[in-house]
Design a protein around this ligand. Structure first.
Ligand code: ZN
Length: 384
């Protein structure tokens, strides 16, 4: 059942198994000083102890909510007025411990019937591992709480962005996409080795029998993107320079460029999906699109996970045919950098490889790029 949102708590005693008083806000600190963390320390020792939550279950996990339930002994159950929920990001060896030390993570919830939904709390980010413990509490006349022991800790991981969240992101991206410019080719820059199958350092997993093979997408972009680390594809670009109408001569990814006529990858038999919208602490915004041949494994992966776009009418990448039998015409959005992921293998023989005349601007690479969580243009209220 749905219950009211859990308030951001200030009234919980110290957390289970640690002494992180710093975790608590000022109110809670005062509370902690006045009482112990067990009900018998509270001057009401004659009363029975509150039941400790047992067998905690977490269900219906989304990117910013979960349902929690547990078992309790019946004794003193009617004295319970609140639940205290201690939610913590699971310790990660690489995380900056100093950064999160002072973050209060205790939630105080009214004692409602279980399961209880915890939703929209600012502390909940997509695709993040948490530990959670619960205690039962009874509000005393003086405003203090008598509390049970903490329950055992359980772990769970929040889900990826749902299509609802991705649609919000899509709408934000539409707002800045700008006018459409014509283009004719998709291109992909790599180091020389990538295209040289005889080279000992050639990565045979990415190029075989003259075919570029899909690889698992990196972790660039939004944290919680359902395609990161899951979708397999090949990155292409299609942006052109506004003054020449041609691809730029510089690239972050290498001096060798594979170039292919747009209709080979994008035509009425291709489905187009919105994948992501992000920036990385610069003025440039990136939109990830997925081009999946109808019915391909990539297409099946994207269906239901990503918002589908009309190939002839959207704000980012279009393929149109003026009249029956005429050539296809392609346009891309001018004000965002498009990263197009094509989900099927691509035969090198369908295009050509040439060396670019410009520079390799490695600093512009978006490989595993971390999204700027503070940018108002490309963040929705959920997670980071
Ligand atoms: Zn941004």
């Amino acid at each position: 059942m749905e219950v009211p949102r859990v308030e951001h708590g200030t009234g919980s005693p110290v957390s289970p198994g640690d002494d992180m008083i710093k975790n608590l806000s000022l109110d809670a600190l005062q509370l902690t000083e006045r009482e112990g963390n067990k009900s018998q320390d509270n001057g009401i020792a004659e009363m029975e102890e509150l039941p400790v939550p047992q067998n905690i279950k977490i269900n219906n996990i989304t990117c910013d909510s979960f349902k929690i339930s547990w078992d309790m002994e019946c004794r003193s159950k009617d004295r319970i007025t609140n639940y205290f929920i201690d939610l913590n990001k699971k310790e990660n060896k690489n995380s900056n411990k100093f950064k999160h030390k002072d973050v209060p993570t205790k939630l105080v919830a009214k004692a409602v019937s279980l399961p209880m939904t915890v939703r929209g709390h600012w502390f909940l980010s997509p695709r993040t591992e948490y530990t959670v413990a619960v205690q039962t509490a009874s509000k005393q006349s003086e405003g203090d709480y008598a509390v049970s022991e903490w329950s055992e800790k359980v772990e769970f991981c929040t889900a990826d962005y749902s299509t609802v969240h991705l649609t919000q992101l899509l709408e934000k991206a539409e707002g800045i996409a700008g006018r459409m410019l014509r283009f004719t080719v998709f291109y992909r820059n790599q180091q020389k080795d990538y295209f040289d199958q005889a080279s000992p350092s050639s990565d045979s997993r990415e190029l075989q029998d003259n075919q570029m093979l899909p690889a698992v997408k990196d972790n660039s972009g939004s944290h919680g993107s359902p395609i990161s680390g899951k979708l397999e594809g090949i990155y292409f670009s299609c942006n052109t320079e506004f003054n020449t109408g041609k691809p730029p001569q510089d690239s972050p990814y290498g001096r060798y460029r594979f170039q292919i006529q747009a209709e080979a990858l994008f035509n009425p038999k291709t489905n187009l999906y919105f994948g992501d919208f992000y920036c990385m602490y610069t003025a440039y915004h990136y939109v990830i699109l997925v081009l999946a041949p109808e019915g391909s494994p990539g297409d099946l992966f994207c269906k239901g996970r990503l918002p589908a776009l009309d190939i002839s009418n959207n704000h980012f990448l279009t393929c149109t045919q003026e009249e029956e039998g005429a050539r296809l015409v392609f346009h891309h959005a001018q004000d965002v950098i498009l990263e197009v992921i094509y989900t099927d293998p691509v035969d090198l023989a369908l295009g050509s490889v040439e060396e670019i005349q410009g520079h390799q601007l490695s600093s512009m690479s978006t490989l595993n790029a971390k999204k700027d969580p503070s940018c108002k243009t490309c963040n929705i209220s959920v997670g980071r």
